[in-house]
Design a binder for this molecule. Structure first.
Ligand SMILES: C[S@@+](CC[C@H](N)C(=O)[O-])C[C@H]1O[C@@H](n2cnc3c(N)ncnc32)[C@H](O)[C@@H]1O
Length: 213
C-alpha cells in the first residue's frame, strides 16, 4: 500500500513525529501518490479557480504544500503568483525544485505565526492535511492573511469533519464570525488502496470552501 508511511497516524501523533515522517517520505511521496492516483490537488485548484475572475492577477498561498503537487495544478488553471509553506524542511526542498512557487517559507501551522502580511492573499489551499490535531488558532491566522472576501479551500479526511468534530475544526470555522461557509463537497481525493487493514483511509474527502467576511 502506497500510504504505508502515514499508516496509524492520528489523534496521538505529534506534529514533530509527523514532520519527521514527511522528511523521510519526501523523496518517494510523489511517486507513491501517483501510483494510487491523486486527484485531490486538481480538485482543490479547480474550486479556487472557479471563484476567481482572473487568476493571473491574484496572489495565492498553498499551505502544507508538500512537494508542490497542488502548486502545479494551481499553475495549470492559470494562477501565476503562488506562494507555499510547509513544516517539513526536506519536503520544502522538493517543492522548490518544482519552480512553480514565487516564495516558500517554513511554518508549523497551529504553532507559529504565518510569515505573511495581513489581508494579502486572494486564496489559500490546504490539501491533505489536518488528519492529526492542529491547534484551531491556525484558522485565525489564515483569516488574517486573506484579503476580505478571499477564500480558503481546504480538504478534510471525513473522520475529522463529521458530526463529532473530533479535533474541533468544524466548530472553529462555523462558529467564527470571520468566516462564511461557501461549499462543502465530498470529492475524489486519492485512488483506492488494495490494503487498508485499519479502515483509516478514505478515497473521497470533504473539500470545503470558506470566505473571509
Ligand atoms: C499529505 S501531504 C500533502 C502535501 C500536498 N498538499 C499535496 O497535496 O500533495 C501533507 C503535508 O502537510 C504538511 N503538514 C502537516 N501538518 C502540518 C502543520 N501543522 N504545519 C505545516 N505543515 C504541515 C506535511 O509536512 C506534508 O508536507
Amino acid at each position: 500500500m502506497s500510504l504505508e508511511p502515514i499508516k496509524g497516524l492520528g489523534a496521538s501523533t505529534t506534529l514533530s513525529e509527523l514532520e519527521q515522517t514527511y522528511d523521510e517520505w519526501s523523496g518517494k511521496y510523489e511517486e507513491d501518490m501517483q501510483r494510487i492516483g491523486y486527484p485531490g490537488p486538481a480538485n482543490a485548484a479547480r474550486l479556487l479557480r472557479n471563484l476567481c475572475p482572473d487568476p493571473s492577477t491574484v496572489k495565492v498561498l498553498d499551505m502544507a504544500a508538500g512537494t508542490g503537487m497542488v502548486g502545479l495544478e494551481l499553475k495549470r488553471v492559470g494562477f501565476n503568483t503562488i506562494h507555499a509553506s510547509d513544516m517539513s524542511v526536506e519536503i520544502i526542498k522538493r517543492a522548490e525544485d518544482k519552480g512553480v512557487y514565487k516564495r516558500i517559507f517554513r511554518c508549523v501551522m497551529g504553532e507559529e505565526r504565518l510569515n505573511a502580511e495581513d489581508d494579502f492573499y486572494f486564496g489559500i489551499t490546504i490539501v491533505g492535511c489536518f488528519s492529526i490535531p492542529v491547534k484551531v488558532a491556525i484558522f485565525e491566522e489564515l483569516n488574517r492573511v486573506l484579503q476580505p472576501g478571499g477564500y480558503l479551500v481546504a480538504s478534510f479526511r471525513p473522520n475529522t469533519w463529521g458530526e463529532d468534530d473530533i479535533y474541533g475544526y468544524k466548530a472553529a470555522l462555523n462558529q467564527s464570525t470571520k468566516w462564511r461557509l461557501v461549499s462543502d463537497d465530498l470529492l475524489d481525493f486519492h485512488g483506492s488502496l488494495n490494503r487498508d487493514e485499519n479502515h483509516e483511509f478514505y478515497s473521497k474527502w470533504n473539500f470545503v470552501v470558506y470566505q473571509k467576511i
